[in-house]
Design a protein around this ligand. Structure first.
Ligand code: AP5
Ligand code: MG
Ligand code: ZN
Length: 239
């Protein structure tokens, strides 16, 4: 299964990528996660540059992003497919990916647009947190861990003796100013790739305003070859 998930910040790309990855047994690849991993080393100048760009809510330059994805797609675990979360994010990136896939003789099974209204995204992003050990995502309101001090997925717990290192992590780019910039970047640079994929007949639109489980069902139905070329009715105002 080879799928691209496209959607504004907080649309649920990461949430759904992780579910699809488990269902289809292929890796989910998030350029945002790859970049965040790169910013961990304080002595890495490229990491520092990426960190600065992410804090501004802008796109990391294509020469870095495309090379990173090309290397990732060459890894053996991508042999049977992948779920791309957050790449491509501009027409130029979509064209680079197209070329890469053509060279490998790979066809996409679907490009899924997760549509969500801007007002909803701010609520989603401001409530988001993740397990510092395994990265599992949670939300203050929509997806709380069963035990507030323990990760459902990996079982990591908060260490009361060491309150400095809290288990739960919030992203530095999830503040109001950066979120506005990320949304602006999505509308100006990422949304223009939707017609590119629509013209290829692979674009599927799902209503990301629905519950997480419902969005998963919509995506699975959209990717099901038995559904044929039928495309869900496009939502009215998602950009
Ligand atoms: P990235 O990490 O990709 O961030 P993003 O696109 O802004 O998207 P998010 O990760 O914030 O949201 P998501 O759609 O994954 O939603 P989630 O599932 O977490 O990119 C960060 C930065 O890296 C970019 O700004 C850029 O600088 C750089 N970058 C990345 N890719 C790049 C590229 N290709 N080129 C150049 N630069 C690049 O869900 C959000 C919250 O809502 C969670 O708490 C979740 O639990 C909850 N939730 C999810 N679905 C639902 C639902 N249906 N109902 C209720 N709550 C829900
Ligand atoms: Mg994400
Ligand atoms: Zn965990």
């Amino acid at each position: 299964m080879r799928v691209i998930l496209i959607g504004p910040p907080g649309a649920g790309k990461g949430t759904q990528a992780s579910r699809l990855s488990a269902k289809y047994g292929v890796p989910s690849i998030s350029t945002g996660d790859l970049f965040r991993a790169r910013t961990k080393d304080p002595n890495d100048p490229l990491g520092a540059e990426i960190n600065r760009i992410m804090k501004e809510g802008k796109l990391v330059p294509n020469e870095i992003t495309v090379k990173m994805i090309a290397e990732r797609l060459d890894q053996p675990d991508c042999k049977n497919g992948f779920i791309l979360d957050g790449f491509p994010r501009s027409v130029e990136q979509a064209e680079s990916l197209d070329k890469m896939l053509k060279e490998k003789g790979i066809r996409l099974d679907g490009v899924v647009q997760i549509g969500v209204d801007d007002e909803k995204l701010v609520e989603r992003i401001s409530g988001r947190f993740a397990c510092g050990k395994c990265g599992e995502g949670y939300h203050d309101k929509f997806h709380q861990p069963k035990d507030p001090h323990k990760c459902d997925k990996c079982g990591a717990t908060e260490d009361p003796a060491n309150p400095e290192t809290t288990l739960w992590k919030r992203r530095p780019d999830d503040n109001a100013t950066t979120v506005r910039a990320r949304l602006e970047t999505y509308h100006s640079q990422t949304a223009p790739i939707l017609p590119f994929y629509d013209a290829k007949g692979v674009l599927k639109v799902v209503d990301g305003m629905a519950s997480m489980d419902d969005v998963t069902r919509q995506i699975e139905a959209a990717l099901d070859p038995k559904e044929g070329v039928k495309k869900p009715a496009p939502p009215k105002k998602y950009g």
